[in-house]
Design a binder for this molecule. Structure first.
Ligand code: ZN
Length: 95
């Protein structure tokens, strides 16, 4: 199950990336109109739970003991921001 899901998502991302970076301009423009909104929705869904609780801890990063829960912005949110804004991997400051 996991492997099938993983391959499905990875393959879809590879196709989108391949067309966006190597496809002709018309195909890339058509792809942008159809796929970018889906990618934006996917990112929103993934980040939606990474909000602070009343104590400023991430609600989604709950797997740890309560005293070890990360504060917001958590690592996942910072990684998404780094990738989305094409920042250096060590960019941790919140602008
Ligand atoms: Zn989190």
């Amino acid at each position: 199950m996991w492997q099938e899901l993983h391959l499905q998502v990875r393959n879809r991302l590879a196709v989108v990336e391949g067309v966006a970076t190597g496809g002709d301009e018309r195909v890339a423009a058509d792809l942008a109109r159809s796929e970018v909104p889906l990618l934006v929705t996917a990112i929103r869904v993934l980040l939606d739970g990474h909000r602070p609780d009343s104590e400023g801890h991430c609600r989604a990063c709950w797997g740890r003991r309560w005293w070890q829960r990360p504060t917001v912005p958590c690592r996942q949110y910072l990684l998404a921001r780094t990738a989305l804004l094409d920042l250096p991997a060590n960019a941790r400051e919140v602008a």
